[in-house]
Each structure stands twice: as structure tokens, then as C-alpha cells.
Design a protein around this ligand. Structure first.
Ligand code: GLV
Ligand code: MN
Ligand code: MN
Length: 411
């Protein structure tokens, strides 16, 4: 990687970060929002300038292809996402998209001629912000979410996926989004670690061997509202007091596994009517539970479901749960890991094998093709925050090793 190539990539990452629903340094790019559409246009213009052929599917997944000398064999895929949760930073997902593009441009400039085509994939809605479910685009590619299930999805204003995707310009049958097992030969995703290990240990790269299993459960608690002064405590059916018990019950179920690999979070708590002098009559919780072991993750889910029944009975409130997703973990492909390791050694970069505790589109690409992920450090392990940061050196090392890996796999 030349200094010029890294400088150019950093400038593009900075330009992309300016395309946000909120003032910099905050990056907020919710899928199908105006900022998301502008960001897509920017990235597509860079791909077109690099001579890539662009194709978009019915949900907006974007494929930018560098044609190999044998166009009839399955391509190597690389890429990630450009949507960003509210109050996010500039590197989550974008390093895999613009870094993937830069890896292609580096190979082009070297005069490399791939036999297999190399396709950059920009996935729609890796983040669950709008529809409550993560990895929408890759989930549909991997046939984990059916078109009928996708059509049920609505945002918090009740607007359906169908209306939103067509407004965004994505038409055609959703059934065409699912990909066959031979559509890609291999898929590699470059991403920031989103944890502190690489930086703390002074290691350039993480070669991801497994991706943890995520699950999400929605909980609706219906109690009884009333006047916060006039209604005495005996006989109250306070939905938020029940919700508070459930937040702690989830924490207890997670801690009871005794494993540091199990995590659980209640990240959304909506209270109705949300007035200081009114007893909460309705509460909606959204939970996120993960583990590298799908079995242990499911034990936590069962324990939490049981807590929902118990708290409902004890407090006389009605608690209903809806499982949004419970995905199995993914194991990365040995062959790609070996090629990445060789590439790291040849590039003079230090590396270690590691697990991804965050989920990524690769989790669903793994349903249709062998995958692996390449992590670079991020400062302080910070992610999903405006102060998320990866240095040009870290990004440059990731792109360098990605380019070498793509080149070997595309031969
Ligand atoms: C992805 O953004 C995740 O929450 O792991
Ligand atoms: Mn993210
Ligand atoms: Mn991401």
C-alpha cells in the first residue's frame, strides 16, 4: 500500500462520514433514509470510476464487479455495510466497503488480472435500527428471512418494508434476493474489531475463526395505568416495575452461565404513556443476547422466557414475547484463514486468531459460501459511537492483507 493509496482511502472514509442525518462527527445513516441513499450514490460513483459493473437487487444489496478473465466461474466476494446506527462513527462497515474497493484498485494498479471476478458487496441494513432485525440484506441472500417474513417488517412509525424499499428505488420480486450456493466461491469481510484486544496487544490483524450467535427477543408488558398520586401502591399493575424486574432477570440469567462469552442487553425500553404523573400501562423491551455457543445462548433465552412468565403472574401484568431472531454461530473457512495468514506473514503484519462477538453480514453469507473475516484494531475498542477511530496504519494493513488474500483466491 502506498501512502497515496491510504491517504485517498482515508479521504473517502471521511467524505462518507459527512453523509449523515446528524452533524459531524456523529454518523447516523438509517437504511433507506435520505442519508443512506446519498451514501449509496457516493459509493457507487467511486465503484463506477474504478470500472466496476454495478448491480442492485430488490432489497438494495449492491454488487460491484471487477470482471475476471473467466467470467463463468463463481467470483470472490468482499464487502460490508454503510448503514450506521444513530450516533455512530465513521468506520463500522465502511472500512470493509471502501477498504474492499481500495483493495480492488490496488490490484488493478499493479496490473493484476484475476481469473475469478472479484465482487464488492454493499449489504442493505446490517444494523437493526429501522426494522428491528440485523443483517436484513444478507439474511435474505442466505434465505434465512423469507420474502413473506420480510414483507411483515415495519419501522417504528408503522411504515412497511415494501413501501420503504420501493420509495428508495428498489423494485422487483423479493424472491430474487436469495442467492444459490454457487453464486460466490468465497467471501471475506474486512471490519474493525469493535473490541479492545488487538490494540491492547499491539497486534495488526485479527483472523476471525468464529462469529458469535445473536438472538433478539421483544417483550410487551401490559399492565394498568392510572394517576401516580391517587392510586395507592397495593394492587398496582405497573408495567415498568415489571420491566425493571425483567432487565435484572436477563442480567442474572446471563451471569448464571459463568461464561464471559455470554452477554445480554436490554437496549430499548419504551414506556407508555411516558408521563411523570402516570403509572406506566405498557412497556416494550428489546433484548439482545449473544454467545459463541448457540446452546448456552438458548439456555439464557429459556431462562429469560421463564422469568417473563413468573413476573407476569406475580405482578398481574400480561407479558408476551416475540422471538425476532436466534441465529446459529458461524465457523470461518480454513482455506481462507490459511490464505489470510500467509498474506499477513508476507506483508510483515502481526496477527492472531480471534472470535467475533459482534454479528456481521458474514454470519449469513456463511449460509451460502465459505467465509472469513479480517479484523483491524479500533482505538480503545470503541464502536457504535462518534469517537470510533481506526488509524490509517491499521486500515492500510487490513487493506493490504485483504488485497493479497483476494489476489490468491482469484487466481
Ligand atoms: C452489529 O452491528 C452488532 O450489533 O453486532
Ligand atoms: Mn454496527
Ligand atoms: Mn458492522
Amino acid at each position: 500500500m502506498t501512502t497515496r493509496s491510504i491517504d485517498n482511502l482515508i479521504a473517502e472514509l471521511n467524505s462518507l462520514a459527512q453523509i449523515s442525518a446528524e452533524a459531524p462527527p456523529v454518523v447516523t445513516r438509517v437504511v433507506f433514509s435520505e442519508a443512506d441513499l446519498r451514501a449509496r450514490a457516493y459509493v457507487k460513483s467511486l465503484c463506477a470510476t474504478a470500472g466496476l459493473t454495478i448491480h442492485e437487487d430488490a432489497i438494495g444489496n449492491t454488487f460491484a464487479r471487477w470482471e475476471g478473465s473467466d467470467p463463468h466461474i463463481a467470483p470472490i466476494g468482499t464487502g460490508s455495510h454503510i448503514d450506521a446506527i444513530p450516533n455512530a462513527g465513521a468506520y463500522d462497515g465502511t472500512v470493509g466497503v471502501l477498504g474492499g474497493l481500495e483493495a480492488i484498485r490496488v490490484l488493478q494498479q499493479m496490473g493484476f488480472q484475476p481469473r475469478r471476478s472479484i465482487e464488492l458487496v454493499i449489504f442493505t441494513a446490517e444494523e437493526p435500527t429501522r426494522f428491528g432485525i440485523g443483517c436484513l440484506g444478507s439474511r435474505m441472500m442466505g434465505s434465512v428471512l423469507s420474502p413473506a417474513q420480510a414483507l411483515q417488517l415495519r419501522d417504528k412509525d408503522g411504515v412497511g418494508l415494501e413501501e420503504l424499499r420501493t420509495q428508495a428505488g428498489f423494485k422487483g420480486a423479493l424472491s430474487t434476493v436469495a442467492l444459490s450456493q454457487d453464486r460466490f466461491h468465497r467471501f471475506i469481510e474486512l471490519h474493525i474489531e469493535q473490541g479492545p484486544a488487538l490494540e491492547e496487544q499491539g497486534i495488526d490483524l485479527g483472523l476471525v475463526t468464529h462469529i458469535a450467535a445473536p438472538a433478539s427477543l421483544r417483550v410487551l408488558i401490559e399492565g394498568e395505568g392510572g394517576h401516580a398520586g391517587a392510586k395507592l401502591m397495593p394492587g398496582r399493575k405497573d408495567a415498568l416495575a415489571a420491566g425493571a424486574e425483567l432487565v435484572l432477570a436477563l442480567e442474572a440469567a446471563v451471569l448464571a452461565t459463568g461464561s464471559l462469552d455470554t452477554v445480554g442487553t436490554v437496549g430499548v425500553c419504551e414506556v407508555f404513556p411516558g408521563a411523570v404523573n402516570s403509572i406506566p400501562s405498557r412497556v416494550r423491551l428489546e433484548t439482545d443476547i449473544r454467545d459463541i455457543s448457540g446452546v448456552r445462548r438458548d439456555l439464557v433465552l429459556s431462562a429469560f422466557n421463564e422469568a417473563c412468565s413468573n413476573v407476569g403472574l406475580k405482578r398481574g401484568v400480561t407479558i408476551t414475547t416475540q422471538l425476532v431472531n436466534a441465529d446459529p454461530p458461524a465457523t470461518c473457512d480454513e482455506e481462507i484463514l490459511t490464505v489470510m495468514e500467509r498474506a499477513a506473514i508476507d506483508a510483515g503484519k502481526s496477527y492472531k486468531q480471534m472470535v467475533s462477538r459482534a454479528y456481521h453480514d458474514s454470519l449469513f453469507m456463511a449460509r451460502i459460501t465459505p467465509v472469513a473475516m479480517l479484523f483491524i484494531p479500533c482505538r480503545g475498542g470503541v464502536s457504535h459511537r462518534p469517537d470510533e477511530y481506526a488509524s490509517p496504519e491499521w486500515i492500510g494493513a487490513g487493506v493490504h492483507v485483504l488485497a493479497r488474500t483476494l489476489a490468491t483466491l482469484a487466481l
